[in-house]
Ligand binder design. Sequence first.
Ligand code: ASP
Length: 450
Amino acid sequence: MAKKKPMSLTVKVLIGMALGIIVGLGINLLGLNGSGTFINEYIVNGLFLIIGKMFVTALKMLVVPLVIFSLITGVIGIGDIRALGKVGGKSFALYMLTTAIAITVGITLAVSLGIGEGVHMNSAATFTGKEAPALSSVLINIIPSNFINAMAQGNMLQIIFFSILIGISILMVGKKALPVVELIEIGNEIMMKMVTIVMAVAPYAVFALLAKAMANLGLGLLADLAGYVLVLIGALAIHLFVVLMSILKLLSGKSPLMFLKKMRETQIFAFSTSSSNATIPVTLRTVTERLGVDNSVASFTIPFGATINMDGTAIMQGVATVFIANAYGVDLGTAGYLTVILMSVLASIGTAGVPGVGLIMLSMVFTQVGLPVEGIGLILGVDRLLDMTRTAVNVSGDAAVSVIVAKSEKKLDETIYDDPNAGVLTDDDLDISEKVEEELAEVVHQVHEK
Ligand code: ASP
């Protein structure tokens, strides 16, 4: 009898997601989540919270070592500093361009539908914003004064800078550095295995994260702000399915359908964690092993994109700006909106992809164009769900640019991209093969003999 095909991780994650949403919404709609109740204390803010937090922390734990190992391996793999510069330049330009297009899509849709007009101003709205960091300090801060500190803080731009520098220096040292090269390459392989292990528990974690998020969702609030929520989700969908996919097709010639199919799992991770940064290990795995982008490109474009490229966040900023300007009766005019676009693109550089950061960036933009920052308080209540949704779009943008840059640099393995089954994770991937066990036993034996 033929062996039953093991269920792929994507299918399990999808099931986890669906069950999580159903259970969470069920708890919410039945009003079982009141404070002090058993379900609230022990299930939603007990079991679900613990499983979800442990999982997200485990993902975050992988990010720094994975990025360091894979980026140094990547730089060594490219082997040519000029080629590295080209990958950097192209991805930076595409990230900025797609962010600018994204916010324009958001503003255009929101302006043409006139959202926020006639909204009853909630005088209780409060939100304290932040000043935008000066571009000069963003640039200066790319260089870490202390790399251990950069790693401890997970400062992605500093980590990228230092890892590239190590890679280049290894290339300059040449043959003598071979043992280090080997060590780092094996380190990279080991880190990727750790990603596989953490991903294996994803179906349960995704269930817990989504059940908790949905149970706590203020459905009443969603209804109050339905206009804003629907326009924003519409703009996100247009950007992901139409704009980004046309850019992908146009610039790489690759199939958008295949891209979307393979990105589904990563999008669910982004959706449930609300953090492009925490999703880096999964995005990196998908882009290299499922979409065929060579590690020399992906190891740079993915962590770089998770930090500076946030299409979904930019769309939210566009829609929210129009919504709040209209609610306060402020006419920003074309010049005002152009400033918003420029400011949002600049604000996205140097702001890490972590939950809720989009609103903080929005406050920086508002300060610049003179919109009342406390207006953000109006949309604060519904931001949780929207943060999840836009993060899924953010990581899709990173991956699309990665494919485009790889294709243009001849670093895209098209047989992997075109193969629907390439890199699919199943339980078999967690097995330690008998051969490896035997080899290890042999090594241990030899050590003992000595
Ligand atoms: N949570 C988003 C991300 O990690 C950023 C944001 O829009 O708040 O990409």
